[in-house]
Design a protein around this ligand. Structure first.
Ligand code: FAD
Length: 469
């Protein structure tokens, strides 16, 4: 727990923020002190609610001078506890809501940190453009949050992670200085690319206050289908065919095991079994194209080819937007559907795409030996080699007993990931949760280089001190 914030610092923060720019009301703070999965809760003596970049700079400046730590928070949808303060000043971006610019020639949207991803999508749509970052948390996740966590989501296969979707940034450095890097250039080869340091820094190098986001044209056609397959190996073969046959139209290629679908059927109202018979695994594929009718035709060819090759057991193609949404809902509800099922060891791991089937086979054999009866719900962005590999307590088993073995179980999964050349955090970051574990797998050279960058920018380590190395 962080040391108490001195009273004179609190007075100075109130003075620089003014009326409406802060709160100490426990009811106002409460929803920001607990996260979505109820796994992390925290405390804070002071909620800073800056309304401008200058306000942010003033808050950070006061804290830097006094050596008082800060936790930045956007939509509070992070899954690794990085946004939950443990006694620090909590700096919320909820009032940084302006869309500063939208330019269809530069293909750029300049949005402040507190704009939600859904609001960014809507703004881009006004210029017949898209911002192709898709997260199930998009109604709450913010620009500052998805930039700071380098979020991934469902369209990484085609457009890359947040890192690939940012042209420029504005940020307040830990000493309170404002860096205006809000360029909108496609080419800028003038030394270190500073914005890339802030992307994925999880709030440790400063506060992101605005971002220039890269836009893409709207698509004229889109096709969504769900296919039942026998194994992850069949899914990988289908992925290779989809990439080869569609000329880059694959937007998303997701994998789900049957157990996760059963959880959704049981625990998420309105879910319907997508195919007549159950299948061991399911692939959810989305193709999109700028040419009318082209995505639908590509999907038809792809499914027919997969069926003929014996890779697909059965499939359904969405005929309407509502059907497409219903298929996607099964995938997006994989995680929420687990909640009523009890304690879970969750893993957000990646391996080279070619190693996904090997990873699943090895991890499942190891878990069956270590935790007999544990229920394994694996799903994820198979096109990116990113699997959410969740190990739930045995049916009727004890939550407490399962939770007590989490670290040991996760260590086994992470060791397998490491042996296959993978990462123990594919898209959620390390936060407060996985930093110690990551130290086991990163080389000392890499960790020391990261620490040196952090020391240079934040010599007093006031920014999110519990997060990263
Ligand atoms: C249902 C659900 C589905 C999800 N699906 C995905 C997914 O598919 N892919 C994926 O990558 N993630 C996913 N996530 C995780 C999460 O939504 C993302 O990490 C999201 O980008 C976090 O945004 P946020 O605004 O909620 O950030 P927060 O949770 O508020 O913060 C996350 C981290 O960023 C820091 N931070 C926040 N704002 C700033 C800022 N302005 N400046 C500096 N640091 C800041 C915080 O200190 C913290 O360390 C999901 C979460 C949920 C609940």
């Amino acid at each position: 727990m962080t040391a108490p914030v001195p009273a004179d610092v609190l007075s100075r923060l109130k003075a620089v923020l003014g009326q409406g720019g802060w709160s100490t009301d426990p009811e106002r703070l409460a929803p920001k002190l607990i996260e979505w999965r109820d796994r992390w809760s925290g405390t804070s003596p002071f909620l800073a609610l800056p309304g401008t970049t200058q306000d942010v700079a003033a808050v950070v400046g006061v804290c830097f001078e006094a050596g008082v730590p800060i936790t930045p928070q956007g939509g509070n949808t992070g899954l690794v506890g990085g946004q939950i303060p443990q006694g620090e000043v909590l700096l919320s971006t909820e009032r940084l809501k302006r869309i500063r610019d939208l330019d269809a020639i530069d293909d750029v949207l300049v949005a402040e940190a507190g704009v939600t991803l859904a609001e960014a999508h809507a703004a881009a749509g006004q210029a017949r453009r898209r911002f192709p970052l898709g997260l199930a948390s998009e109604g709450s996740a913010t620009v500052g949050g998805f930039v700071s966590t380098n979020a991934g989501g469902t369209q990484v296969l085609r457009y890359g992670m947040a890192r690939n979707l940012v042209l420029g940034l504005e940020a307040v450095l830990p000493n309170g200085e404002v860096w205006n890097g809000l360029k909108r250039l496609r080419k800028d080869n003038t030394g270190y690319d500073l914005k890339q340091l802030f992307i994925g820094a999880e709030g440790t190098l400063g506060v992101v206050t605005a971002a220039a986001l890269k836009l893409y044209p709207e698509m004229a056609s889109r096709a969504v289908a769900l296919a039942g397959v026998a194994s992850p190996k069949a899914a990988l073969e289908l992925l290779a065919r989809a990439k080869a046959e569609t000329g880059g139209a694959v937007e998303a290629f997701e994998l789900m095991g049957r157990l996760g679908v059963e959880f959704a059927l049981r625990n998420v109202a309105g879910t319907r079994d997508p195919l007549a018979e159950p299948h061991p695994w399911y692939v959810l594929a989305e193709f999109a194209s700028g040419e009318a009718g082209s995505a639908e035709a590509a999907m038809e060819r792809f499914l027919a080819g997969g069926l003929e090759a014996g890779l697909i057991e059965d499939a359904v193609v969405a005929q309407t937007e509502a059907q497409a949404k219903a298929l996607w809902a099964i995938r997006e509800n994989q995680s929420p559907a687990q909640k009523p099922e009890g304690a879970t060891w969750k893993h957000d791991v990646s391996v080279p795409v070619s190693q996904v089937a090997e990873f699943l086979a090895r991890a499942t054999a190891a878990m069956q030996a270590f935790a007999p009866g544990a229920r394994i719900a694996a799903f994820g962005h198979v096109g990116d080699g990113n699997i959410h590999y969740d190990v739930l307590r045995p049916d009727g088993g004890s939550d407490a007993e399962h939770a007590a073995r989490r670290d040991a179980g996760s260590r086994i999964v992470h060791d397998i990931v490491h042996e296959l050349g993978g990462s123990i955090s594919a898209e959620h970051g390390l936060g407060a949760m996985k930093t110690a574990e990551a130290l086991r797998y990163k080389s000392p050279v890499e960790v020391e280089a990261m620490r040196a960058i952090r020391r240079a920018l934040d010599p007093k380590r006031i920014m999110n001190p519990r997060v990263l190395f």
